[in-house]
Design a protein around this ligand. Structure first.
Ligand code: AMP
Length: 284
């Protein structure tokens, strides 16, 4: 595996690989890698593919400074995981490399409705930052395939829209990978290491709520199930930001179950000051 810190070195290497007929698979991350990230790398690693994993904690997508300050950094363990996964390239730039002209100089994109709901509504400026960093990384890596996790489903939708806005939807295939979970259902997340053992166990109630929203789709109204979920989360000591139902194709929020649509349930809740998100498709 080769570790690059500089954009130019990365670009030179990848253009050589492209000339050799290799495809480029790309997994952008913020590090503190776990089995969820590993599953994305595993999807990419193939004989004729050069797999690039970027590790960069992007300051412009954090609306909460203390969340940024406390974001875990485990570079040695990350490199070990990437080596074991047979990743070809680790790209670990610093902020000066990613934003040489400063944060304000990188082009921003307006995601409209997608930025006005759920994560967009609760984390002002978050998707603006995601758009900045992902567009910049895509310019550098120019991948054929981009691997992202369903765990951040709204982010996947934002990036899909970004590919269209960048005119790259034909060249770059977006592959959305299943959410990898702990045994009790808690979605793996870099932020989970900030939870105490009891908090971690209580956090599994997020997944329990998603499963109950899924299980009651043919018997109850969503408003009732939602209320039960809010009560359960509160009882477990979680502070819910939203428990929502949406059309999975465009994230239009739904008041009630609509069996004719592909639906997704989404939850954001915090415990001990750690904000967690998760989602589940209700029907295939
Ligand atoms: P992050 O490092 O949190 O920015 O995540 C980098 C990529 O890994 C994103 O595409 C995430 O959606 C994905 N990811 C994070 N956690 C999981 C998980 N538990 N299962 C699958 N993918 C994940």
């Amino acid at each position: 595996m080769i570790v690059f810190k500089k954009e130019q070195d990365l670009r030179t290497y990848l253009s050589q690989q492209r000339a050799l007929g290799k495809r480029i698979g790309f997994v952008p991350t913020m590090g503190a890698l776990h089995a969820g990230h590993r599953s994305l790398i595993d999807r990419s690693v193939q004989p004729e593919t050069v797999t690039v994993c970027s590790i960069f904690v992007n300051p412009t997508q954090f609306n909460d400074k203390s969340d940024y300050d406390k974001y875990p950094a485990t570079p040695d363990a990350d490199l070990k995981l990437l080596l074991e996964a047979r990743c070809d390239v680790a790209f670990m730039p610093d902020a000066a490399e990613m934003y040489p002209q400063g944060f304000a100089e990188v082009r921003t994109y307006d995601f409209g409705y997608l930025d006005s709901i759920l994560e967009g509504a609760h984390r002002p400026g978050h998707f603006r930052g995601v758009g900045q960093i992902v567009s910049r990384l895509l310019e550098m890596v120019q991948p054929d395939i981009l691997f992202m996790g369903q765990k951040d489903y709204q982010q996947c939708m934002v990036v899909k829209k970004l590919l269209g806005m960048m005119g790259r939807e034909q060249q770059i295939q977006l592959v959305i990978c299943d959410t990898v979970r702990e045994e009790d259902g808690l979605a793996m997340s870099s932020r989970n290491v900030r939870l105490t053992e009891p908090q971690r166990a209580l956090a599994a109630s997020i997944y329990q709520c998603l499963v109950s929203i899924q299980g009651k789709q043919n018997s109850d109204h969503f408003s009732l199930v939602r209320k039960e979920c809010l009560d359960l989360l509160k009882k477990k000591g979680l502070d819910a930001e939203y428990v929502s139902l949406a059309d999975a194709t465009d994230l239009t929020l739904l008041e009630d179950y609509e069996p004719s649509k592909k639906m997704v349930a989404l939850i954001a809740a915090s415990i001990g000051g750690v904000r967690l998100i998760d989602n589940l498709f209700l029907n295939p």
